[in-house]
Design a protein. Structure first.
Length: 113
């Protein structure tokens, strides 16, 4: 046995009890512990996704606040109702023209949800 240890110095190094304990500790901390490196990577990805969601919703809130400011004017309310809900005045005809490209884009957006 000692001939093998003398001929291979890395085996002697790896058989040292401190190296074995250190190796065990490193494996434990990287893969097995509740606060492992893999767990931290997963949590960091989730944090990044949540930050992206936060940014998106803050932009949407800003857009909605701008729309609310615009809708304080009665002319803007009428314009909004006509564009979004296709409302009309009495004795008025409305023609809705849809293009094929718009239909395809809408169906793709619906299929993603």
């Amino acid at each position: 046995m000692s001939d093998k240890l003398k001929s291979k110095p890395w085996l002697k190094f790896m058989s040292n009890k401190y190296v074995l304990i250190l190796l065990f500790f490193v494996v434990w901390m990287l893969f097995l512990d509740n606060y492992s490196y893999l767990e931290h990577r997963l949590l960091n990805k989730q944090i990044d996704e949540l930050d992206d969601n936060k940014k998106y919703y803050q932009e949407e809130i800003y857009k909605d606040e701008q729309n609310i400011k615009l809708l304080k004017d009665t002319d803007q309310i009428e314009k909004y109702a006509r564009e979004k809900y296709f409302m009309k005045k009495e004795n008025e005809d409305i023609y809705i023209i849809e293009f094929e490209a718009d239909r395809i884009k809408d169906s793709i957006e619906r299929s993603k949800k």
